[in-house]
Design a protein around this ligand. Structure first.
Ligand SMILES: O=C(CO)[C@@H](O)[C@H](O)[C@H](O)[C@H](O)COP(=O)(O)O
Length: 194
């Protein structure tokens, strides 16, 4: 096996995937109750944030209703205006302040766990009553210290961390699908009435 793939398998083995499944179940319940999910990251992590939100607004593997999910880097006019007028650190925090309400969810992706704009978004989430879950590289990190919960990937290269994050995005979405399907099944009492 290629050395890169060997590192990927080793990192996957050591990553706390069960926590991400739990996040997926909680996210499904929140989104079905009318909350929104926001996601942010830079570079490859921005692509993964957008991958996550696309799976939720579109679909992952099962047919289900659309779920509200927004990748904060994808609104390019807001992003460039905020960067230009307030600085790049504020690009996600300011959008979050505009759109988020208490009980919403923020998923942060950062391989270093130190990107200033992602850290600022996590701080804003805390102030807004938005639950912040982070995917990072090895612990400890600044992002981990200010997020509600973090899953840290113990790999020494950015590319391996990004690849594990993508797998975790799919674990999250599979858990969302399962929870949505479970909520759609009528309870025995409801079934008896119909
Ligand atoms: O994809 C890569 C390198 O693999 C880069 O684009 C990488 O995402 C960028 O350097 C990011 O700025 C890194 O940010 P972060 O993951 O440390 O928050």
């Amino acid at each position: 096996m290629h050395e890169h793939l060997r590192k990927l398998c080793a990192a996957l083995e050591l990553t706390e995937t069960s926590r991400v499944e739990e996040w997926g179940r909680r996210a499904a319940r929140a989104l079905l109750d009318g909350r929104r999910l926001f996601a942010c990251g830079n570079g490859g992590s921005a692509a993964e944030a957008q991958h996550l939100t696309a799976e939720l607004t579109g679909r992952f593997e099962d047919e289900r209703e659309p779920l509200s999910a927004i990748a904060l880097h994808a609104e390019t006019s807001s992003l460039t205006a905020v960067a230009n007028d307030y600085g790049y650190r504020q690009v996600y925090a300011r959008q979050l302040r505009a759109h988020a309400r208490p009980g919403d969810l923020l998923v942060c992706l950062s391989t270093s766990g130190t990107s200033g704009n992602v850290v600022a978004a996590a701080k804003a989430a805390h102030e807004l009553g938005v639950t912040c879950w982070s995917l990072t590289g090895p612990e400890p990190s600044v992002l981990e210290s200010i997020s509600d919960e973090t899953v840290a990937v113990p790999a020494d290269s950015t590319s391996t961390v990004q690849e594990v994050h993508l797998a975790l995005v799919h674990v999250f979405c599979a858990a969302v699908d399962r929870e949505v399907a479970a909520r759609a099944v009528p309870s025995p009492r409801e079934g008896a009435r119909s």
